[in-house]
Design a protein around this ligand. Sequence first.
Ligand SMILES: Cc1ncc(COP(=O)(O)O)c(C=O)c1O
Length: 384
Amino acid sequence: MSTPQYFIKPLYVTQPVLPDLKETYKMIEGIWQSKQLSNNGPMVQQLEKELEKFLGVKYFSALCNGTAALQIACKALKLTGEVITTPFTFSATTHSLAWNNLKPVFCDIEEDTFNINPDLIEPLITRKTSAILPVHVFGNPCDVEKIQQIADKHGLKVLYDAAHAFGVKLHGKPIGIFGDITMFSFHATKVFHTIEGGGLSCSQAYLKERVDNLRNFGQGDANYPEPGTNAKLNEVQAGIGLLVLKKVEEEIKKRNKLTSLYRQLLSDIPGITFNRDIAGVTHNYSYFAIRVNPDEYGLNRDQLFLKLQEYNIICRKYFFPLCSNFECYRNLSSASKSNLPVANRVADSVLTLPLHGSLNTTDIEKVCDIIRKIQQKSFNNKKN
Ligand SMILES: Cc1ncc(COP(=O)(O)O)c(C=O)c1O
């Protein structure tokens, strides 16, 4: 068995889509001439209009990042007490609740989608519950219908974290129309980005108005109806967003092709499983996550993660550790491992492989070959 060569340059899990440099200079020249760098300028306004169209949402507010967007959404919805959420997410989801003095109540996830399990939400509802905060993990839509039914029955708000789900559709419906407010992250690691950035979509004018007020110190018509913060996106970042937006569909197409190749080449490796496309979903292929079964693969996820680093393949353990196991949350009663068996199992076995439009098919073939050879070698070692 030949030993595969390592990658000369590190293969990162993602790489940002970069606009053409000449177009970028031109965009910046325009901003320099206008001398308006921030404060809801023409670039931000144009980006919001274009995102409303692209995302198929009624209102969109651009903000400085996804975390601030979640924090503002909690305020705009006037959430109180407890919010039911998933532990299998990036820290920002849970922290945004804590920063609003809201108590996160962790609900276990589904084994196949990694999303909050709607069948487990109702038993967690108390008199103090004001909302549900689900995450469309890796861009796979949550069971939005069931979640809305529960919310309506109990008079709860629904705030979606769609940080990974830019451009995703469910039965032709844009992901940003579900619930009361949906958050998008435009961090450089995302399919669409503004370097740092994010935003909120909603269907009600009063919520859009409240969000826009909260991002701008809460000043309203200079009478400050409520205390706000500074979460504005600046003109240069909005300009970058407008240029990146032109390249997003092409990026998603490339990722779709590379994802198909990953699935084809990994399908017969013992102990490696992955999600398939979900019927009725227009995916954005933002991540490619595999699960590692150590009994069949011969190594566990952490061992494979380290082995791949030897080949210069830099994967990420999204989302390990679980938010419920963070020091700041692990004493909550809902954070116990017995309440979250699936999430703990998933967090211990998931590995996110490199996926972005700058990779080519040879890169993916090589990654898969290395994963296969590592498995064969670990089994041969065990036999000898
Ligand atoms: C699921 C999830 N929620 C929230 C965020 C926070 O977004 P941002 O980095 O734009 O603040 C991220 C960011 O990476 C994320 O992955």
